[in-house]
Design a protein around this ligand. Structure first.
Ligand code: C5P
Length: 233
């Protein structure tokens, strides 16, 4: 099973993104393009970063009726991203439609993973705002199983839940985990967080790291620290 550190390119425009990537010289980190950059620059930013040699997780978190998601996925399949995602709360028919849309362009398709619960969501919010009367962990486990049933490759979850997801869905079901912080850095708006070492111990396959790298004084050093802590030690 491949394991890697994915840098969240949460930048407002192409210029800032490319300036950031240029700092890495001939290193080509796996990167995540999210809503901010995609909405600012459009699909060409995916093609451009791909052509520079990066693997891309296109994090657009689709959530709509099955037919709309199927058609959107079939368009996204052409962009050259290596990983795409949607919200598991869209339910099994929507996830199955997404796979159908992705495979409509040929047998080889990008990985498709489902967001279980956002790492900014707490147990209190689940009960108070969403009126869900079970534990956050149970919803993550249940959503992960739904994603597996629908034929997806894995989920986005907190590192704290990666182990449970592997126990429930098998070790080859990918866990992609944001909410990663160095022990000495700021949590920001993330609630369910952990360090790269701990994420490794807990069985994450990919960690997604944004601000601890993008806002660091030396982003390349911060990236290497993540790689060391997550992959090597
Ligand atoms: O800066 P930070 O490390 O918090 O960035 C985390 C990235 O992962 C952001 O781009 C955020 O949108 C994304 N993400 C997340 N929680 C999820 C899914 C995606 O934080 N459940």
């Amino acid at each position: 099973m491949a394991k890697d550190v994915i840098i969240a390119l949460d930048f407002p425009c192409k210029e800032k993104t490319l300036t950031f990537l240029d700092m890495f010289k001939d290193k080509k980190p796996f990167v995540k393009i999210g809503m901010e950059l995609f909405y600012a620059e459009g699909p060409s930013i995916v093609r451009e970063i791909k052509s520079r040699g990066h693997k891309i997780f296109l994090d657009l978190k689709l959530h709509d009726i099955p037919n709309t998601v199927m058609k959107a996925m079939s368009v996204l399949a052409d962009l050259g991203a290596d990983m795409l995602n949607l919200h598991a709360s869209g339910a099994i028919p929507m996830m199955e439609a997404a796979i159908k849309g992705l495979t409509s362009k040929g047998a080889s398709r990008p990985l498709l993973i489902a967001v279980t619960q956002l790492t900014s969501i707490s147990q209190e919010v689940i009960q108070r705002d969403l009126l869900i009367n079970t534990t956050l962990e149970k919803t993550v486990e249940h959503y992960a199983l739904n994603a597996k049933k629908a034929g997806l490759d894995g989920v986005v979850c907190s590192p704290l839940e990666a182990n449970k997801v592997h126990q429930t869905c098998g070790k080859n079901f990918i866990t992609v985990t944001p909410g990663v912080r160095f022990a000495d850095s700021d949590a920001g708006d993330q609630v369910r967080i952990t360090t790269p070492e701990k994420a490794k111990e807990m069985g994450s396959d990919y960690i997604v790291v944004g601000r601890p790298i993008t806002a660091a004084k030396n982003p390349v050093e911060a990236y290497e620290r993540c790689i060391n802590d997550f992959l090597k030690n």
